[in-house]
Design a binder for this molecule. Structure first.
Ligand SMILES: Nc1nc2c(ncn2[C@@H]2O[C@H](COP(=O)(O)OP(=O)(O)OP(=O)(O)O)[C@@H](O)[C@H]2O)c(=O)[nH]1
Ligand SMILES: [Mg+2]
Ligand SMILES: [Zn+2]
Length: 307
């Protein structure tokens, strides 16, 4: 049987069979299961398409993972090359942000968008808690929407506590969406609002008593509008991508397009002769906040090199 991993714990995998009328099954995985080329602490993640062997004794075994379109990782903190796969086959990433209560920094936004570019995952910037904004904060919201729209990102603005779900459901239709955002921005509130109406949560709940499903939950997908929303508790961003200094500018759309005119193809836009990026900031074609975020990513990179 083939299916989709919709929940993972340390030891078990909940798989929704492709035959959608069938209930999800809890699968185990053999200890020596390895995927070539990836040294990860977990072999499979939510979003993985898998092959399951169902034995007469009622046990289900995950025997193969189909090729991934993409996957996002968290690097373990030590310097070993081991990674933890957070999710696979993501169609889009929605970053939930707030202008106030709490304020999401543009650096956080831009680092997220750059990582999405590096992963080649389309990103949407969704503003929440617009009911709480003062008129000054509303102006900030509009400026941010304008900035990111000009870069080609969708920037819907909502109030998750008072949501007409029909305005956001089309965004989630028939896709696998990763929902991210800092703590307190309203991810759970949004999830409850959209799922309250649409979710087939009963299927997931009915297996809650299965052996092995009581250990720490790493990630879970909720069915919505023919698609899935991934909730990765405790992970506010995206995991990490290793970026070379020279490629960071590729993940800032406007910096990338203007950098075509820099004299040197390996220009880092930090004062090199013939750099086209710095004049573009002075002329208002590149927002200072974006350039600051670029420098912040560049700084990480330089630091890593000397670790
Ligand atoms: N006024 C207002 N409050 C909101 C809105 N959305 C969420 N909240 C409140 O903000 C608080 C945090 O919301 P959560 O949904 O728990 O935030 P979260 O992103 O899931 O936070 P973590 O689970 O810590 O990552 C709660 O008290 C919500 O009721 C909104 O649109 N307007
Ligand atoms: Mg939450
Ligand atoms: Zn340059």
């Amino acid at each position: 049987m083939q299916g989709l991993v919709i929940k993972t714990t340390g030891t078990a995998y909940l798989v929704q069979p492709d035959e959608s009328t069938l209930p999800p099954v809890t699968c185990q995985i053999k200890g020596n299961f390895r995927i070539r080329g990836i040294r990860s602490t977990n072999p499979a993640a939510v979003g993985d398409r898998v092959e399951v062997e169902q034995l007469p004794d009622g046990t289900n075994w995950l025997t193969d993972i189909l090729p991934r379109r993409n996957y996002i990782i968290r690097r373990s903190t030590n310097l070993s090359k081991q990674v933890h796969i957070l999710a696979a086959n993501i169609d889009q990433a929605v970053l939930l942000v707030t202008v106030a209560h709490p304020a999401t920094s543009t650096t956080f936004i831009d680092r997220f968008l750059a990582t999405a570019e590096a992963y080649r995952i389309p990103a949407v910037l969704m503003f929440n808690k617009i009911d709480l904004l003062t008129s000054e904060q509303q102006a900030t919201l509009q400026e941010l929407q304008q900035l990111y729209q000009s870069l080609g990102y969708q920037t819907p603005a909502i109030s998750a506590t008072n949501l007409d779900t029909s305005t956001v459901l089309p965004l989630f239709e028939n896709r696998i969406t990763l929902l991210s955002g800092n703590s307190g921005v309203g991810k759970s509130t949004l999830l409850n609002a959209v799922l309250g109406q649409e979710v087939t949560r009963t299927a997931v709940l009915s297996t809650a008593h299965d052996a092995g499903m009581h250990t720490t939950t790493f990630s879970q997908m909720y069915s919505i509008a023919g698609g899935w929303i991934i909730d990765t508790p405790g992970i506010k961003g995206f995991g990490s991508v290793e970026m070379e200094k020279e490629e960071i500018g590729h993940y800032f759309r406007e910096i990338f397009s203007i950098s075509q005119r820099c004299r040197y193809s390996n220009c880092l836009h930090t004062g090199e002769p013939g750099c086209a990026v710095i004049p573009a900031i002075e002329q208002g074609q590149i927002a200072m906040s974006r350039y600051d975020s670029y420098l912040s990513l560049l700084g990480d990179c330089t630091q890593d090199k000397y670790r």
